[in-house]
Design a protein around this ligand. Structure first.
Ligand code: PAN
Ligand code: ZN
Length: 174
């Protein structure tokens, strides 16, 4: 339970199906169209005086071998940073810059993750229960999903031999 609960945004597979590598697997799963994640946004004015804050619940699951994930984004004002705090479950924070720097951070309850200015970020549920984290970022940051929607991140996070592995994304162009 979240208090205050905030305004709910729901992302189902149909909202992001082209972001997964295995398009045949995605197509087959669309009949059920599973819920991938929910974001509970506490509504505050979108200007630099305020701090946006929200809680994401990313459900466990995979499309083919690729774990359920958030869309991922740069901030529209690209030098706006962010803090994530993991509340439940297990996941991976995936980050990159436009120069092609790439980094991952394992998150478990208690992990405080810092997303520095200029770094795109995506979360991946590498566990078998909901991965839940709280986030706070400058009110005017905004979200830029553009390039990531078509090319994705430098690497994709898949299950290999029972654990996660980061493998090169063939669609990524620097
Ligand atoms: C997070 C994300 C949230 C959902 O609050 O917005 O986890 O991910 P997408 O926005 O990539 O769909 C955040 O990073 N806000 O800036
Ligand atoms: Zn963000």
């Amino acid at each position: 339970a979240l208090n205050p609960q905030g305004k709910l945004v729901v992302r189902k597979l149909s909202d992001m199906r082209e972001m997964y590598q295995d398009q045949d697997a995605a197509q087959a799963m669309l009949a059920d169209n599973p819920l991938v994640y929910e974001v509970y946004n506490v509504v505050v004015p979108e200007n630099e005086e305020h701090i946006q804050h929200c809680t994401t619940i990313l459900y466990p699951g995979k499309v083919g071998q690729e774990y359920f994930m958030t869309k991922g984004h740069y901030h529209e004002i690209i030098n706006r940073a962010e803090i994530y705090f993991c509340l439940k479950g297990r996941g991976l924070l995936v980050m990159q810059t436009k120069e092609g720097d790439f980094s991952t951070l394992e998150m478990v309850p208690g992990t405080i993750a810092y997303v520095p200015p200029y770094w795109a970020h995506r979360s991946v549920n590498t566990g078998d229960e909901p991965f839940v984290f709280f986030a706070a970022y400058p009110g005017d940051a905004g979200h830029d999903y553009g390039g990531i929607e078509t090319e994705g991140f430098v690497k994709v996070i898949v299950e290999e031999a029972g654990r996660y592995a980061a493998i090169d994304n063939p669609k990524y162009v620097k």
